[in-house]
Design a protein around this ligand. Sequence first.
Ligand SMILES: [Cu+2]
Length: 127
Amino acid sequence: MKLANKRILPLSALSLALAAAALLAVWTQSSPPTEALSQQAAVSAGDNFFEPKSLTVTAGTTVVWTATGALPHTVTSDTGQFGSGTLNTGNTFQFTFSQPGTYAYYCQFHGTSGGVGMSGTVVVQGG
Ligand SMILES: [Cu+2]
């Protein structure tokens, strides 16, 4: 049995080294470059509200709206800076906010500009 043990030990050490090398390779490949990191935030468009109604993000964040209700909705900027068109259930719309400020929007079917009815705001803070 002693001879058998001596043969197994080096093999086990080699297996461990190979496993460690494999793990390191996977870890290295799955680490994204720092400059490619981007922030995302999510808003859902329900019937008939945006959740969260007010969202605060840092500049450079991409906000993704998802239609989660049964009714069609839109994500329409009060000032015309962005507009989704009609979103049916499961559809998404995204917009990247690069400049700090407060961005008001509404649903064309269930609200109007100025925060009336189905509406929301995205507050963008300096990165
Ligand atoms: Cu709506």
